[in-house]
Design a protein around this ligand. Sequence first.
Ligand code: FAD
Length: 408
Amino acid sequence: MSSTTSVDLLIIGGGMVGASLACALKDKPLTIAIVEAVPLHSAEQPSYDDRAIALAYGSQRIFQGVGLWPQMKPHATAIKKIHISDRGHFGITRLDHQREGVEALGQVMAGRDIGNVLAEQLANQANVELLTPATLSQIRYIDNGIQAQVMQNKQVLTINAKLMVAADGGHSSVRQLLGIDSDSKSYQQSAIIANITPSRPHNHVAYERFTDSGPLALLPMSDNRCSLVWTQWQQDVEEVMSLNNQAFLERLQSRFGYRLGRLKQVGKRTAYPLRLMQAKEQIRPRLAVIGNAAHAIHPIAGQGFNLGIRDVSALAECVSDALANEQDIGSLSTLQCYAEWRHQDHSEVIRLTDGLVRLFSHSDKLLTLGRNIGLTAVEKLPPLKHLLSRQAMGLRGRQPRLNRGLPL
Ligand SMILES: Cc1cc2nc3c(=O)[nH]c(=O)nc-3n(C[C@H](O)[C@H](O)[C@H](O)COP(=O)(O)OP(=O)(O)OC[C@H]3O[C@@H](n4cnc5c(N)ncnc54)[C@H](O)[C@@H]3O)c2cc1C
């Protein structure tokens, strides 16, 4: 790429969401550039790391529509059932793929495997240029476009685009450079992740268990491993991280119980501080903010990337429709179509995850009783259970073409 260049679409951030957007637009008559700070195969890549991602059924269908599911499937483990319980209390809810008439409620994939599939597609995609390692340093508006200055190999590149997409994560530099404010609060909690090997087969069940030391999830993975996401209050994180493997497994066993038999082995542990962040503007003329750059949420229900990939499918459809109608892909009307489409899903998922964190972070007797009555009600009332299953599967609201497994 020369020192000044023009593209149709400039994506800042080639993490899970930014790279997926470029892949979704693979067959469209567009020139696309992605600016990514950390090479996709690097061990330091912050998006494609050791965390396991629970992909909802709806997200699997999006990757089917994009044409990448055949490459992803060998790395994925199906979630056939979800078991939700409150430690030491009576409430239990069980969701089942058969009841919903689908092969699986979702799939679990390591972030690194998602990254490898996306990176291979980008390397073979004619309409994309991936600039990495490269970072954004300036943005300004120009006639009929937006201009970015990007640092790569100590050189400044100037890139003009019709549309810029900020997919550069929770600490988005696009938001900072353009002065886009956000609402943000720390949960004073961190999520500890690790792979666990239990003595009994997981049988493709995902467990979500609310405990007095925070919610924990065990997601089924290959070779009968389970991926643990265990929320801890900030003041306890250091102590739990410093436990030796045996003591860590004992602590976990005492909170989770013996549904998976004895917890035998634990892999590398990593802690992620948790916060809720929502950008105050999702669009401006020639700009869309998507994925974690627009909304970073608690991983309590494994919804963050699922929400981000639904941003991708809706934006890809708005861009594709604009192209088909010979409209400007960066015009405010194209972007308003996107923002209005996404508003309800964003609000619902943020309300749901934030509400769950608050509901299950308290030991107040009345609240505990209320949430256990809630879990029992969902278990006993099929319409409620169906509603919760559809939410977990990412199937609520008006579905873009990709969400129905159809090409753009
Ligand atoms: C413990 C944990 C467990 C989770 N589990 C799940 C789950 O089970 N299911 C689920 O759906 N979600 C889950 N999530 C959420 C999920 O990880 C995020 O939603 C997802 O990573 C967001 O992707 P993104 O591409 O928007 O942002 P990021 O992953 O943050 O990627 C941003 C990218 O932008 C790049 N970048 C940043 N700044 C610049 C710059 N200035 N210039 C160029 N590039 C830049 C970064 O290098 C990075 O590659 C979990 C999160 C956590 C913390």
